[in-house]
Design a protein around this ligand. Structure first.
Ligand code: A2P
Length: 275
């Protein structure tokens, strides 16, 4: 039911995934199990979320064949550097209970540390070893991507960035498109804060007999990006994947385009050190 996007190395990635940021490890098993039962097949975690163990347990218990799952995790900032990255990746695999992931991402560039090129080279090693089916980055600005394109051999498959109707990221998306990098949206619902109460969004939801969250997620799908909404609530988990019975029209898309404020909810990747 969920369409896939073909990454630049031919790997298929579901366009809608389930995010588990801020889900405690002891709740992650139940929450991810609910997502898998609702039909999600892509799960996005990270070493920094401290819930790889609970997430992995849900994957194992689900009975969903491994080749139908798409599992993403991320390398945390304090583990940057070639050797440290290889060690951290082993720990993530161990926690997930997997022998490979589908996508491994560098979580933040941390330009002040000067390590992201070496770090990415370790991801290239992991890819060559078949322990990740695709590699990429998160929160990289075009200037950081430029360095990877110049100094490394594998074009990132994905850049996962903050993206929602109030931060539409047109310049980053255009850069990614020029270089064959898939854009993935984190906090696609604007963290469930004000965005879902914006009158434009509410009005479009009424028009289609849908919820504001469904309108926003449908906007992501029609924009052509990958979105990974997070919810800990079983009803909203189901709501957020029930997106395939309606389409936003040109009038809706024009109204939503006007919501762009270019304002981040999360940190600025140029200065965030996250240590
Ligand atoms: P909850 O976990 O209680 O459902 P984002 O993915 O943009 O970071 O947004 C996640 C936040 O949005 C969470 O606080 C989540 O709360 C809330 N949320 C997720 N889905 C919905 C929905 N369908 N309607 C309203 N709020 C939602």
């Amino acid at each position: 039911q969920v369409p896939s996007i073909t990454l630049n190395n031919g790997v298929a990635m579901p366009q809608l995934g389930f995010g588990v940021w801020q889900v405690p490890d002891d709740e992650a098993t139940a929450v991810v199990s609910a997502a898998l039962a609702a039909g999600y097949r892509s799960v996005d975690t990270a070493s920094a979320y401290r819930n790889e163990t609970g997430t992995g347990r849900a994957l194992a218990r689900s009975g969903v064949p491994r080749d139908e799952l798409f599992v993403t995790t991320k390398l945390w900032n304090t583990d940057q550097g070639y050797d440290a990255t290889l060690r951290a990746f082993d720990v993530s695999l161990e926690r997930l209970g997997l022998d490979r992931v589908d996508l491994y991402l560098v979580h933040w560039p941390i330009p002040s540390a000067g390590l992201y090129v070496d770090t990415y080279r370790a991801l290239e090693r992991i890819l060559a070893d078949g322990r990740a089916r695709a590699i990429g980055v998160s929160n990289f600005l075009p200037e950081h991507l430029e360095r990877l394109l110049e100094e490394t051999g594998v074009v990132p498959a994905v850049n996962q960035i903050e993206l929602h109707p109030q931060l539409q990221q047109a310049a980053a998306r255009a850069f990614h498109e020029r270089h064959g990098i898939t854009t993935e949206a984190w906090s696609p619902l604007g963290q469930g804060r004000g965005l879902l109460e914006v009158p434009t969004v509410v009005a479009i939801a009424h028009k289609h007999g849908r919820t504001p969250a469904q309108v926003v997620l449908r906007w992501h799908l029609q924009l052509g990006v990958v979105a990974i909404p997070k919810s800990a609530n079983p009803r909203r988990i189901e709501e957020n994947i029930d997106l395939f019975g309606f389409t936003l029209d040109d009038e809706d898309l024009t109204a939503l385009a006007a919501l762009d404020e270019g304002r981040r909810l999360g940190p600025d990747p140029a200065s965030f050190s996250g240590f």
